[in-house]
Design a protein around this ligand. Structure first.
Ligand code: F6P
Length: 404
């Protein structure tokens, strides 16, 4: 009979999304009635050791005291995991870097009563790494350092782990995952792995629990029906932003993703002000459709001065690409990348807020909503309402709500 109990051991350098993936797995498995628990070495370290262990030197493989302490913590969690499965647990997830062969050998030798699946998280996109590090150093243990020193210290910690990192290869059962793009890079199963199909599906699916998709407030360009550009908000636009901020005051919004345009950042600022702990992350991926030679023109001007452009776009709006610019069709990849970045940088339980543009928001909606391509450029994206999206393996919710 096939085993119904499983150990999962995460593998990967710090800030590669291991905890996010572990949490996502746990939540989804629990929903299926599969008893799952995470054993996180970092949390145990912070609980067990009174003194500060956030300084980089603690993670130096040559620091014998540090190594001994970390091994002790790892062993404790490994034993707890075994105990959990011996009692009534089904899946125990070891959430730690586990980057060295020795550590993985140790896991294998202690946990020899049920199959082990190693899941490696890989992501070396520098921009995302920098944003992930910023989130990490928010932890209390970095409170005594300046932001610059904390970043340096965390980078040094990563370098120490890098020096002993042996990527998965001939490691028994393993999945190597591009954790930013939710793509399986490599996998190898030497035996039957319980829940394998579910786990695989959870790993590659984009899920958002609470996503608030907002369009920027009114701009001067909007008043004239001009497209593109980098126009700021009008007084009415600022009022809309304030109303938005008040509406979300009671909800926790740790991160707001915007485009790099003034109008989205200005809409985000009042929201940030009313939050306790909130960071605005402008992403180029969420910039409005580039209308090339038509940038700054009104639709009326385009119709009169460039009738061929106007007619061609009207005929097939989704596939039409502005000369020297973009079309909905060519935005798809970058929008997809932006969504992945937002999900990657958020903790699984976080509310996510994206403040984008008309075309951008249509594409984000269609990512989760699976609208027919030709209908996407006509999705209603008003400035005084927002879309609430919840998309998990188990349910999908879309609501257009008012915040004024
Ligand atoms: O008018 C605002 C705007 O965001 C423009 O910058 C952009 O070109 C346009 O909407 C996208 O909407 P549509 O595809 O319907 O022209």
């Amino acid at each position: 009979m096939m085993d119904t109990k499983l150990y999962i051991a995460m593998v990967g350098l710090p800030a590669r999304g291991k905890t996010t993936i572990a949490t996502k797995l746990k939540e989804n498995l629990l929903r299926e009635g599969i008893k799952t628990r995470i054993f996180n070495n970092g949390n145990l370290r912070r609980k067990m050791i009174r003194g500060n262990t956030s300084y980089a030197g603690f993670f130096d493989p040559k620091n014998r005291e540090g190594v001994a302490l970390r091994e002790k913590i790892a062993t404790l969690n490994i034993k707890k995991a075994r105990k959990y499965l011996n009692h009534n647990g089904d899946v125990a997830i070891l959430d730690a870097t586990n980057v060295s062969r020795e550590r993985r050998e140790k896991i294998r030798s202690y946990l020899n009563d049920h199959p082990i699946l190693f899941i490696e998280c890989v992501n070396d996109e520098q921009e995302i790494l920098a944003a992930s590090i910023l989130r990490k150093i928010d932890l209390k243990e970095f409170g005594h350092l300046t932001q610059e020193d904390a970043i340096e210290s965390f980078k040094q910690r990563i370098a120490y782990y890098q020096s002993i990192y042996i990527p998965l290869n001939r490691d028994g059962n393993f999945i190597s995952l591009d954790s930013l793009n939710n793509r399986i890079i490599d996998e190898e199963m030497e035996e039957e792995i319980p829940y394998h199909d579910q786990i695989r599906d959870f790993l590659v699916t984009d899920t958002v629990k609470n996503l608030y998709l907002i369009r920027h407030g009114e701009t001067y360009f909007n008043l004239e029906n001009r497209i593109g550009g980098d126009s700021p908000l009008t007084p009415r636009g600022h009022e809309q932003a304030k109303a938005l901020a008040r509406f979300f005051e009671k909800k926790k919004i740790p991160l707001i993703f915007t485009s790099q345009k003034k109008r989205t950042v200005q809409t985000a600022e009042p929201v940030k002000e009313l939050q306790k702990n909130c960071t605005i992350i402008p992403l180029a991926e969420f910039n409005e459709i580039d209308s090339g030679i038509c940038e700054g023109m009104s639709y009326e001007e385009i119709r009169l001065k460039m009738p061929h452009v106007y007619a061609a776009r009207k005929k097939d709006k989704y596939n039409y690409v502005y000369p020297g610019g973009e079309g909905y069709v060519t935005m798809e990849k970058r929008i997809d990348r932006g969504i992945k970045k937002a999900i990657y940088l958020s903790n699984p339980s976080d509310n996510i807020m994206i403040i984008g543009h008309r075309a951008v928001n249509r594409m984000i909606l269609s990512h989760f909503l699976f609208r027919r391509m030709e209908d996407v450029p006509y999705i209603y994206v008003p400035q005084h309402k927002f879309y609430y999206i919840s998309a998990t393996q188990h349910k999908k919710v879309f609501q257009l709500k008012s915040f004024e």
